[in-house]
Design a protein around this ligand. Structure first.
Ligand code: BMA
Length: 378
C-alpha cells in the first residue's frame, strides 16, 4: 500500500513537472482552449509540419464559396490542419474583404474549422489610414490608399496615440474586436486563433514595412494593438504571430520585435523566387526556429509558394527543409484564377507532388491533429 502511494506521488510529481515545463501563451489570462492550442502546437511542431492554406474554405482554383468545399480536400481527401483567412477592409466597415470574401462567411468557416478540430490563422492587409484619405488628385499611383501604399513614412506615427489618425485607428480596432467576438462555438466559448497583423515587416512594401516606419513605431503599433484587443476589449483567445518577409540574419529578423510578453509565434514568409530559395529558406528557418525555441515561442513558415512548374517543389524543397527544424506549419497562399504561385498545369489545384507531401509521415493535415483534440490538451 505504502509503495503504491509512493508510486502515485512520484507519478503525480513527474506529471505535474512535465506539464509545468510546457510553455504558455504570452497572455497570462489566455482562455483554457487557447493555452491548450498553444501547448498542442508546441508539441506538434516537434513531430511534423502542419499544412495550412489561405482562404482554403472560401473559394478555390475554379469555384466560389461552396460550404464544406476545399481545394485541399478535393485533391487529397483531407482538409488542411491550418485554415487561413484575411481581414483587409473589415476596418472600413465593409461586408466583403479586399478579396471579395464575405466577413459573415469567414466567421461561419472559422466556426466550422474549429468544430472539426482545425486551427485558424488570420492576416490583415489593412488599408493605408493616412493616404486613403487624400483626394483622388493627390493619391499616389495604382496602390493608392491600400496596404501596399508606401508613399508616406508618416503613417504609423499618425495612428499612434497623439497622431492625427489615432481616433480613426481606434474605430478600426473596434471593428476588428467586434468581429473577433463572433468567433464562438455553439456553447459560447471563444474560439482561439492565430493573429498575424503587420506582416512581412522586413520588407518595405506595406505601410508598416521596415523603411516606411521606425523600429520604435513598429513596436509601438504592435503593443498598442495587443493592449487594445487584450486589455480594453478583453479578448483572451488570440495567439499573436510576429512575422517578417525573407531575412538574411537574426538581427534583421528581430528589428522592431515587439516583445516576448505579447508575442506567441515567430514566423517567416518566404516565396520561391529562384534557385537560391532552398538554401536561403534553410538558413532562415534554422535561425528563426532556434530563436523561437529559446524564447519558448511557436514557429511557422506562414506564407510560401513555388514558382517552378516542374515537380518536386513539395518533396524536394519544402518537406526536407521544413522537417529539419521544428516548424509548426507551412502555409501556401490563396488560390485565385490568376495566381502566379501554384498555377499547376491542367485543372488540378495543386501540383502532383503535393500528394507525396500529403502522404509523407512528416506532414500533418486535419485528420492528423483531430486526435488528440488540440483544444483540450492540459
Ligand atoms: C496578396 C495577394 C492579393 C490579396 C492579398 C490579401 O498577397 O494575394 O491579391 O489581396 O494577398 O489576401
Amino acid at each position: 500500500m505504502k509503495n503504491s502511494i509512493l508510486l502515485f506521488l512520484c507519478a503525480a510529481l513527474l506529471f505535474s513537472s512535465c506539464s509545468e515545463k510546457l510553455p504558455v501563451p504570452a497572455d497570462k489570462d489566455a482562455t483554457r482552449e487557447t493555452v491548450s492550442l498553444f501547448r498542442s502546437m508546441w508539441e506538434l511542431q516537434q513531430k511534423g509540419v502542419m499544412y495550412g492554406h489561405q482562404d482554403d474554405l472560401m473559394y478555390g482554383y475554379n469555384w466560389w464559396y461552396e460550404e464544406g468545399r476545399s481545394d485541399t480536400k478535393d485533391f487529397t481527401g483531407d482538409y488542411p490542419a491550418i485554415a487561413g483567412f484575411e481581414l483587409g477592409w473589415l476596418e472600413l466597415g465593409r461586408e466583403r474583404s479586399l478579396d471579395s470574401v464575405s466577413f459573415v462567411q469567414i466567421s461561419e468557416q472559422v466556426k466550422a474549422h474549429y468544430k472539426r478540430g482545425g486551427i485558424i490563422t488570420i492576416s490583415w492587409h489593412a488599408n493605408n489610414p493616412l493616404t486613403m484619405q487624400l483626394p483622388d488628385s493627390l493619391k499616389p499611383g495604382r496602390m493608392a490608399g491600400s496596404a501596399w501604399d508606401v508613399s508616406s513614412t508618416e503613417v504609423v506615427r499618425s495612428i499612434l496615440p497623439g497622431g492625427e489618425n489615432h481616433k480613426m485607428f481606434n474605430t478600426w480596432l473596434d471593428r476588428l474586436a467586434e468581429f473577433f467576438i463572433t468567433f464562438k462555438d455553439d456553447d459560447g466559448t471563444p474560439i482561439p486563433f492565430i493573429f498575424r497583423p503587420y506582416h512581412e515587416h522586413s520588407g518595405s512594401f506595406f505601410w508598416w514595412g521596415t523603411n516606411i516606419c521606425t523600429d520604435e513605431e513598429y513596436t509601438a503599433l504592435w503593443r498598442y494593438t495587443v493592449e487594445f484587443l487584450r486589455d480594453r476589449k478583453g479578448l483572451h483567445n488570440i495567439l499573436y504571430a510576429y512575422n517578417t518577409d525573407r531575412v538574411a540574419s537574426l538581427g534583421q529578423y528581430l528589428r522592431g520585435y515587439p516583445g516576448d510578453d505579447i508575442i506567441d509565434m515567430l514566423s517567416l514568409d518566404m516565396y520561391d523566387r529562384g534557385e537560391v530559395f532552398k538554401s536561403e529558406l534553410d538558413s532562415a528557418l534554422n535561425f528563426v526556429t532556434k530563436e523561437a525555441i529559446a524564447r519558448k515561442k511557436l514557429t511557422a513558415l506562414s506564407e510560401t509558394g513555388g514558382r517552378r512548374r516542374g515537380g518536386g517543389w513539395w518533396t524536394e524543397i519544402i518537406l526536407p527543409v521544413a522537417s529539419k527544424y521544428p516548424v509548426g506549419y507551412v502555409l501556401t497562399w490563396r488560390h485565385t484564377y490568376g495566381s502566379r504561385f501554384f498555377r499547376s498545369a491542367g485543372q488540378a489545384p495543386f501540383p502532383q507532388d503535393f500528394l507525396d507531401f500529403y502522404e509523407s509521415g512528416k506532414s500533418l493535415f486535419l485528420k492528423d491533429i483531430q486526435e488528440p483534440d488540440v483544444y483540450t490538451r492540459e
